[in-house]
Design a binder for this molecule. Structure first.
Ligand code: FA5
Length: 363
């Protein structure tokens, strides 16, 4: 058992030397004062209070002869109190600094205007397509879609475009490798007519928007990848009058109430008879020979249409003596060009947001 230490070794208790203890206190106070943050102050506390010379001095009291302990204890206690007070005072200062800084840094000026973040815009092509579809949906028609990689049979044969039809030639059609594999990138949305007639039984009232592909060069009025919308109705007793009525309704939704239309004879292998529809120029209403929208003719071409060819009905298993049908189709880029006076189709396809923004930021 160890008894009281009566051996006083001045080397062992050097930290208790009044000069050394004073120096330790001065060094600690300086370290507290230097601490620029609560973290730094804690580091200084660990170095000068928890460890360091003052803590060492406290431990060394045990090595003193009993007669010296009380006086040494007082000095160490005074040193510890001095450090404790200085530490608490500096901590309070640093906490105030921190709170002040937080108040400034995290303050919110509720009077500042809200940052105008661009929200992006839906492409006008999409908006036009939806507007076109809405005209049909409003009449109770259904939207149907088909694949962009299509079989030659759907895209051509079933539509009465025989093997020698010019549209099948390499200059119009993108053939999918291998060239004799019977697959093409669809050149029109009309194959969706075929798919629909094969899958459903009449009455059929559908509209089909989608992307189509042709080997056309990109210029002011053409693009190799464009969009069409196609309408198909098959029912008992449908006539050209129904076709005209549907087109008139559609044109009025797109270009305004009272827009007149006219039809001209045309040819499409899958409709018989076939026609092109024009509508009266919505800019000059036929009154301005120098109108840039219609070229002064007073009429704007809308798209192709006609009564579904009997051969097409037969190919789809529909009895042409019981049912008749009509179809019409148009290019959505051209519709957008017409409706908004976009003179160059390249502006539509290039995807510059400055172009889209002009149509509003509808999202
Ligand atoms: C057709 O594609 C027929 N399927 C339309 C149809 C449907 C007729 C139903 C009868 C019944 P056409 O080849 O004319 O027809 O193309 C239709 C529209 O696509 C054109 O009026 C034009 O607006 C648009 N179009 C054609 N080629 C391009 C192109 N390279 N770039 C942009 N639009 C084009």
């Amino acid at each position: 058992m160890s008894g009281p230490n009566t051996q006083y070794d001045p080397v062992e208790v050097a930290a208790l030397d009044p000069r050394n203890l004073d120096e330790a206190v001065v060094a600690a106070l300086a370290a507290f004062a230097r601490a620029g943050s609560l973290d730094e102050l804690n580091t200084a506390r660990l170095a000068h209070v928890v460890k360091g010379a003052v803590a060492q001095a406290k431990r060394e009291i045990g090595a003193l002869p009993p007669s010296a302990k009380a006086e040494a204890g007082k000095r160490v206690g005074a040193a510890q109190s001095a450090l404790g007070r200085a530490l608490a005072a500096r901590k309070q200062e640093l906490e105030q600094d921190r709170d002040q800084r937080i108040l400034v840094e995290e303050s919110v000026d509720v009077t500042r205007p809200v940052g105008r973040r661009p929200r992006g815009a839906r492409h006008p092509l999409e908006l036009t397509s939806e507007r076109l579809m809405d005209a049909f949906i409003g009449m109770g028609w259904e939207v149907v879609e088909g694949p962009e990689v299509e079989s030659e049979w759907m895209n051509f044969d079933a539509l009465n475009l025989g093997k020698d039809h010019p549209a099948r030639q390499m200059q119009d059609t993108f053939f999918v490798d291998p060239p004799d594999g019977g697959l093409v990138l669809r050149t029109q949305t009309s194959p969706v007519q075929i798919r629909t007639m094969l899958e459903r039984t009449p009455p059929i009232y559908v509209v089909s928007p989608g992307k189509v592909f042709r080997t056309d060069d990109l210029d002011a009025t053409h693009t190799p990848v464009f969009h069409q919308i196609e309408a198909l109705a098959v029912d008992k007793g449908l006539t050209m009058a129904h076709l005209r009525g549907a087109i008139d309704h559609f044109v009025r939704v797109m270009f305004g109430e009272g827009t007149r239309t006219r039809v001209r004879a045309s040819y499409f292998p899958f409709t018989e008879p076939s026609m092109e529809t024009d509508f009266v120029c919505f800019v000059c209403h036929g009154d301005d020979p120098s109108c840039r929208t219609c070229g002064g003719s007073g009429w704007i071409e809308l798209g192709g249409s006609g009564m579904v060819n009997r051969k097409v009905l037969v190919a789809c298993g529909i009895d042409p003596d019981v049912y008749t049908g009509f179809a019409f189709g148009l290019g959505i880029e051209r519709a957008l060009q017409l409706r908004h006076g976009v003179t160059d189709m390249r502006d539509i396809v290039e995807g510059d947001v400055r172009f889209s923004r002009q149509f509003g930021m509808e999202v």
